[in-house]
Write a protein that binds this ligand. Structure first.
Ligand code: ATP
Length: 246
């Protein structure tokens, strides 16, 4: 049986009350799904996930996490309710070691669970486990993103929201980061990912939601979107995913 993890009802949000960016979004993400939010620059992808995470004011509508109304819960309390958000930038403490970064995230857990969860993250991210004392600022772009994701997963969230973890990475690192995110999804974590690159996004996620001007323009399985001539023409430069993938 499917279970709704995240439900958005007619969500309106934006940085200022008189300047709406999100214009009435209805969306449901089910347990175990991997959903990618796509759309042109300025469509409101980042604003939407920030509003869900409690970082952008919600003007009206509702956000439910596992049927609990968390619409106006402050960001730090949303963390406690089972949702974690990895922002695009400034998502690690660069002056601190890998282990210290994880220790800080583990602070919200009961004391007796902290060491166990840190070890679980090292087991999930062997690259980080190899050098726990390395300063986070010395890591490569891809490893930094993995550390940010590990910090978010330490609380064992039901929903992981990622705002463009591929930003600024080379294509090779993008593939590595997404392969790892896919593995995380396969362990049962529900994922909502913002991605600029439609091709890459539809390859990694099982469902795509395309935003245009703060509204849902398309919501369908990734395979359907990549095979849809209208979508490929508008967002993929006329080529389907399979035809043009490198
Ligand atoms: N901090 C902010 N204050 C006010 N307006 C903002 C802020 N950040 C973004 N915006 C505006 O919100 C709109 C949506 O931006 P948003 O970053 O959500 O789009 P996006 O779909 O994520 O685009 P991109 O793919 O370029 O990141 C844009 O018009 C942008 O200028």
């Amino acid at each position: 049986m499917t279970k709704d993890i995240l439900t958005l009802h007619n969500l309106h949000a934006g940085y200022q009350p008189d300047l709406p960016i999100i214009n009435g979004i209805d969306l449901t993400v089910q347990q175990g799904e991997f959903v990618v939010l796509l759309g042109p620059n300025g469509a409101g992808k980042s604003t939407l996930v920030k509003a869900v995470a409690g970082l952008v004011p919600i003007h009206s509508g509702m956000v439910l996490l596992k049927e609990e109304n968390i619409t106006h819960l402050p960001a730090h309390l949303k963390l406690h309710s089972g949702m974690t958000f990895v922002p695009q930038t400034e998502n690690i403490f660069t002056q601190m070691s890998i282990r210290e970064n994880l220790q800080i995230s583990a602070q919200i857990l009961p004391k007796q669970l902290r060491a166990e969860r840190i070890e679980a993250m090292f087991a999930m991210f062997p690259d980080l486990a190899k050098r726990p004392s390395t300063r986070a600022g010395a890591l490569s772009g891809g490893q930094r993103q993995m550390l940010a994701v590990a910090r978010a997963l330490i609380t064992d969230p039901a929903l992981l929201i990622l705002d463009e973890p591929s930003a600024g990475l080379s294509p090779l690192l993008v593939d590595e980061v997404f392969a790892r995110i896919k593995m995380i999804n396969e362990t049962g974590v529900t994922i909502l990912l913002v991605e600029q690159n439609v091709r890459v996004g539809l390859q990694v996620a099982s469902r795509g939601v395309i935003l245009v001007e703060g509204k849902v323009a398309h919501d369908a399985p990734s395979a359907d979107l990549s095979g849809d001539p209208v979508v490929t023409e508008l967002y993929l430069g006329g080529g389907g995913v399979e035809e043009t993938a490198q």
